[in-house]
Design a protein around this ligand. Structure first.
Ligand code: MN
Length: 218
């Protein structure tokens, strides 16, 4: 493939993926296994689609390893970390609000368990504009939808090492974009970025390395 064509197709992939993310973020989420309210469930929640559902943007093998190895390990390690403690019956969001007082195992695995559920629920294939309400909020916060995409992509690309990019509703009810390191999230008391997650992007290398290698921006 010529360099120019490659760049063009990379941009299309980014736009398509981003549009897909927005579509799902703008739809009301029903209370399913991928809506992580409450305590940790007894069963590892199912992926809401097949491993190949996001081809060609995210390949099936990456999805399989990401969900069945990485995400499952966070879930299992989190279950084991809270087993027999008061946290076993504590709402995840309450745990995150006091995460500075919890063990590294609870912080890293609780975050890893929760963040991936938001990520899977956000992703989907297709394209459409965000809802009117979200669109107005985005324009008001970032100037335009394109400016928002640029801000979100920059947050994802510039997170040093492993972590997550986020669109959140802040405690004062405004939209904000930022990133968190490792498996932290904006619900944690240790996070600089604070708010209720709407949209997230996993920028750990395990999320893209098989297909895109070092090219996180792609
Ligand atoms: Mn991941």
């Amino acid at each position: 493939m010529k360099q120019r064509d490659f760049l063009k197709s990379s941009i299309l992939v980014t736009i398509a993926l981003f549009t897909a993310l927005i579509v799902n973020a703008s739809e009301p989420q029903t209370k399913t296994a991928t809506n992580p309210e409450g305590v940790v469930p007894a069963e590892f929640p199912a992926l809401p689609y097949g491993y190949d559902a996001l081809e060609p943007y995210i390949d099936a093998r990456t999805m399989e390893i990401h969900y069945d190895k990485h995400h499952r390990a966070y879930y299992t390690n989190f279950v084991n970390a809270v087993k027999g403690t008061a946290l076993e019956k504590t709402d995840l969001k309450e745990i995150f609000a006091t995460i500075s007082k919890q063990s590294d195992a609870v912080r890293n695995n609780g975050g890893g368990y929760y963040n991936h559920l938001i990520f899977w629920a956000n992703l989907g294939k297709g394209s459409a504009a965000p809802s009117k309400e979200l669109s107005e909020a985005i324009n008001s916060a970032f100037g335009s939808f394109d400016k928002f995409k640029e801000t979100f992509n920059t947050a994802a690309k510039t997170r040093f090492g492993s972590g997550w990019a986020w669109l959140v509703v802040t405690p004062d009810k405004k939209l904000a974009v930022g990133s968190t390191p490792n498996q932290d999230n904006p619900l944690m008391d240790v996070s600089v970025l604070k708010g209720e997650p709407l949209l997230t992007l996993d920028v750990w290398e395990h999320a893209y390395y098989l297909k895109y290698q070092n090219k996180r921006a792609d």
